[in-house]
Design a protein around this ligand. Sequence first.
Ligand code: PGA
Length: 255
Amino acid sequence: MRKKIIAGNWKMHKNNSEAMQFVKLLKVKLVGYKKTEIVVCPVFTALSSVKSVLEDSQNIKLGAQNVHFEEKGAFTGEVSAEMLLSCGCDFVIIGHSERRQYFCETDQTVNKKVKKALSCGLKPIVCIGELLAEREANQTMNVIERQTKALFEGLSEQEATKLVIAYEPVWAIGTGKVATPEQAQEVHAFIRKLISELYSEKIAEIIRIQYGGSMKGSNAKELLSQKDIDGGLIGGACLEADAFKEIIEIAESLG
Ligand code: PGA
């Protein structure tokens, strides 16, 4: 059975001291939850300080929100996978729709970043998802197929199993408009089928697929109960400790 993974994407919120205070609180509130993998993804500048608070945590892991695909060099403003590792990161979010939309990330750069992260031992949480116009034009599965194939391009079976996929319909992100459990399950099952075609059924059964887009305590149970939904990538509801905890409690109860 796949272990559920709930990751909080803090986006551009919380400065250093806010981040440290918040994660101290989370550490206390989330103590003892073991069935679910829990990840927090603060801004780059807070990674080291959050890690220092999490040093003695048994169950909360650290992730970054982006990574560059080169190791080092003249790339002003960018951060490498090695640098993230040196801050204590285990995970990195790659290809979030906000990065694709506002920072010109493409299927190709996403694939390069995935390869680089894996080569350093960082586990990528790779985001895919359709725009509202694409859903309305019945293009959802075509978009998902293109994004999925591109992100796995050139990855060995062993590398592929390290990935977490986050299916995030772009129209559901930060809008309060959540996909129905049936809509989400349909796409998750489709992604798993694609992976089984690219690799094998065995590999497809290992890879975890999170749902993201307005997930919160009131809708998490229905979503996380779906056969192919293995966790959540949480934006808005991860910024408040009790709201984040509520989702993790639900994941734990579904075990
Ligand atoms: P949301 O964000 O939960 O606020 O919709 C999810 C995400 O962007 O990963």
